[in-house]
Design a protein around this ligand. Structure first.
Ligand code: MG
Length: 386
């Protein structure tokens, strides 16, 4: 039996993780839950899963929960940290969105919890600090991301020193074949329409700019201690092959499956076992063709920025992440245009003075300052006048 704290339990990954708990009541129990501001759904989850404690990020929603629930209720980032380190839990599912996920991951690791990580911003912005704590505290960090779950499975029983290269597949997003001129004009609705994966809003926009794939390169670097030179991206629109690892002997191992997040979420929780899956079985004959091609770093420069930030290290990846987060939020709010996202990231990266070996506090500080500065530029220079 595993006792879970699910951070972000009302979001896309969180609700799917709870589906898995529902399906395997003899394997999983819920110890803690958190939501950003969806108190209605959180309340339903409390009634069904009976956690010891919950937290809601939005402090104005605390009363909604206090009036109705019998479990402990916390709020704000301290509340999230509390749920991440609950003594009743042994595994933390981090499905928070954005850099707000960094601190709870850190606290969970320091409290010796195993981590199932969907929050990529944790490793992008704070990879060095987090991986050091993982080692020190001897905990398991399991990826929920489909690509990293694939790499993990390809590496089962293998020697990391015998890897020739890792290839991360990328659907290409909804604008895979768009020209620069077309990209200038895309709307929020266009960008939210992902061809293969069903996900939350923020990651769907990141998948349209391909920033998401850039993040995944940095995540792979930290998770598997692989130099950036050995990490490649290939565009694969059908999202059937989730990633591949080539070894020195030229043998290539890939992991395949239908694009369904339930599969990597379940594996991150069942590992080292495999439980019965609930999604459709893959039939390759039903899939007419599998295509592959090189990514276009010019039309999708966020890929370039990620390699640059990753290789440079220090606080640069945190700046890239924070400016992206602020820009995506503004784009979702119809304040800026699609290509303004990449322009803002470039500008913030150019203006940043890098701190070489940052502490967690340095990173959190840079994160806050970068978001403030990005928002200031958006308000003063970019906001679309309607
Ligand atoms: Mg992914």
């Amino acid at each position: 039996m595993k006792y879970l704290s699910i951070l972000g339990s009302t979001g896309s990954i969180g609700t799917q993780a709870l589906d898995i708990v529902r399906q395997f009541p003899n394997e999983f129990k819920v110890a803690g839950l958190t939501s950003n501001k969806n108190s209605d759904l959180l309340l339903k989850q409390i009634k069904e899963f009976r956690p010891k404690a919950v937290a809601i990020m939005d402090k104005s929603k605390v009363d909604d929960l206090l009036n109705f629930s019998s479990c402990q209720v916390y709020s704000g980032i301290d509340g999230l940290n509390k749920i991440a380190s609950l003594s009743e839990c042994d595994t933390v599912v981090n499905s928070l969105v954005g850099s707000v996920g960094i601190e709870p991951t850190y606290h969970a690791i320091r409290s010796k919890k195993n981590i199932a990580l969907a929050n990529k911003e944790t490793l992008v912005a704070a990879g060095s600090v987090i991986m050091e704590e993982v080692k020190k505290n001897n905990v398991n960090l399991m990826p929920i991301d489909s690509e990293h779950s694939a790499i993990f499975q390809c590496l089962n029983g293998e020697n990391i020193n015998e890897i020739e290269k890792i290839t991360i597949t990328c659907s290409g997003g909804p604008f895979r074949n768009f020209s620069k001129e077309q990209l200038e004009k895309v709307s929020v609705q266009d960008a939210l329409n992902h061809p293969t994966w069903s996900m939350g809003d923020k990651i769907t926009i990141d998948s349209a700019t391909l920033m998401n794939k850039g993040f995944e390169v940095i995540e792979a670097h930290w998770l598997y201690n692989i130099p950036y030179e050995k990490i490649r991206i290939v565009i694969h629109p059908q999202s059937i092959i989730h990633s591949l690892v080539e070894f020195h002997d030229r043998s290539v191992i890939a992991q395949l499956g239908l694009p369904d997040m339930k599969i990597p979420i379940q594996y991150s929780l069942s590992y080292p076992k495999r439980f019965q899956g609930s999604s459709k079985s893959l039939n390759l004959a039903e899939i007419s063709n599998l295509e592959f091609k090189e990514p276009d770093f010019e039309r999708f420069p966020c890929l370039k920025y990620a390699y640059e930030a990753g290789k440079t290290g220090g606080t640069l990846p945190a700046v890239m992440n924070a400016s992206n987060e602020a820009a995506v939020r503004a784009f979702l709010g119809n304040k800026i245009r699609f290509l303004d996202i990449q322009r803002l990231i470039r500008r913030m990266m150019d203006e940043h003075k890098i701190i070489k070996n940052p502490t967690l506090n340095d990173i959190l500080d840079i994160d806050r300052k970068t978001k403030d500065e990005t928002n200031r530029i958006i308000e003063e220079e970019m906001t679309i006048k309607s």
